[in-house]
Write a new protein. Structure first.
Length: 415
């Protein structure tokens, strides 16, 4: 089904759910962008049902909807009811999903639990009682201004390292002497300094062989056997989508042979990845050069894709690394722009009271003939750090629930 979504709508795999409307007769579709609250979502669904949502053509080369996979063709369609057009037999060409959302066993479990505790069956629950479709192997972002190094194993390696757009630095411990306390401290401090803009992970010696073999990772070249840190490139540097891109990211991984496990060396190397990263151009907003929001929406991907705009505290020659890291992470969902501090007219237009500030601008519907495109503005009011902004963006597209590593402990929330 994921391959079908990519072919039809150009939607890559993600750790969060997205809400779209598909108009099969017109071969167009629309994606909801906004705060994930029932009133806002309901309003958008009403507009979409009346044909007033901003639409875009299908991503398939033919401009037509690709055929849905059958149950036999795609094992991920388990739990689906398959029909053959016309007679409803089991030899399916068309796929239809069951009406029920929650598995029967889960519903029965919740009923027993609610009777036992005397609570309503609609109460929320997390952990082992969560339904299967809500579980995720993707580790949640730390609710902290600082970054962190994640403990990785073979079970969660693919979902976190290979299926994400980020750069990953993975330290494979062992193979020789155990990691020293100084090396551990340097690695963790470097991860904190990068603040999530580059992802860090570590693999214990007991897990190394399993990961190397399962994902067919390259071995160090002869003479470089002492290398212990591997770079997994961002998805921007890789062609393809879906499983093909996952495999290519594993194949493109490389051992960093001249990296000392010292804090400064690790930080400098990580920042160079962002500076030299291949990424989509970040739009430079400048009213004096006729590079306004209107011209931005008229060019590129047109008025369909939402835009994130950064208003910096001073005029910048180059986009900040924070903005580049966000573009690497969310460039499939948003376009990114950088305004000028000296452009008072643009700041006034969007009621920017302080800098740095971020807003997300999204179209609110299809304009009628002769009317201007109506844009909705979603201001970001949180901390100006990568983790905080990333969590905000994902909250607008409904992140899938996930338990933090080590159980359901609630980590310290700095945001």
């Amino acid at each position: 089904v994921q391959d079908w979504l990519e072919k039809a709508f150009g939607l890559p795999g993600a750790e969060y759910a997205r809400t779209i409307v598909w108009y099969p007769k017109k071969n167009v579709w629309s994606q909801y962008v906004g705060t994930f609250s029932p009133p806002d979502l309901s309003k958008w669904i009403v507009l979409a049902s009346r044909g007033k949502a901003t639409v875009q053509p299908l991503a398939s080369e033919e401009g037509k909807t690709p055929q849905l996979p059958t149950k036999a063709e795609d094992p991920s369609c388990q739990g689906a009811v398959v029909f053959k057009e016309g007679d409803g037999s089991a030899d399916a060409d068309v796929l239809a999903f069951k009406d029920e959302v929650v598995a029967d066993k889960f519903k029965e479990s919740m009923k027993k639990k609610s009777k036992k505790k005397g609570t309503s069956s609609s109460s929320s629950s997390t952990g082992s009682n969560s339904p299967p479709f809500m579980s995720s192997k993707r580790l949640p972002r730390p609710r902290s201004k600082a970054g962190k190094s994640f403990d990785l194993n073979a079970e969660i390696f693919e979902d976190n390292v290979l299926k994400t757009p980020s750069y990953w630095l993975v330290w494979f411990k062992g193979g020789g002497e155990d990691a020293s306390e100084a090396q551990e401290a340097a690695w963790n401090k470097a991860a904190r300094q990068l603040k999530g803009m580059v992802q860090f992970g570590s693999v214990n010696a007991s897990e190394k062989d399993a990961i190397m073999n399962q994902f067919v990772l390259p071995l160090p070249a002869e003479g470089d056997e002492s290398a212990s840190v591997m770079l997994f490139p961002s998805r921007r540097a890789i062609d393809g989508e879906g499983e093909e891109a996952d495999k290519k990211k594993a194949q493109a991984a490389s051992w960093i042979t001249d990296l000392a496990l010292e804090e400064k060396a690790i930080v400098d190397y990580s920042l160079s990845l962002l500076r030299d990263s291949p990424s989509e151009p970040i739009y430079r907003l400048d009213a004096s050069q006729d590079r306004t929001l209107e011209t931005w929406f008229q060019g590129g991907n047109g008025p369909v894709t939402a835009r994130l705009m950064l208003f910096p505290s001073k005029d910048l020659e180059e986009p900040p690394l924070l903005l580049k890291a966000l573009e690497i992470e969310f460039g499939q969902l948003l376009q990114f722009g950088l305004a000028k501090k000296s452009d008072a007219q643009m700041s006034q237009q969007f009621q920017i009271q302080k800098t740095p500030s971020i807003i997300i601008v999204a179209p609110q519907g299809v304009p009628k003939e002769g009317e201007q495109l109506q844009l909705g503005i979603i201001p970001y009011q949180g901390h100006m750090s990568f983790n905080a902004i990333a969590i905000h963006i994902e909250s607008m597209i409904r992140p899938a629930p996930a338990s933090p590593p080590g159980g359901n402990r609630t980590p310290k929330d700095e945001l």
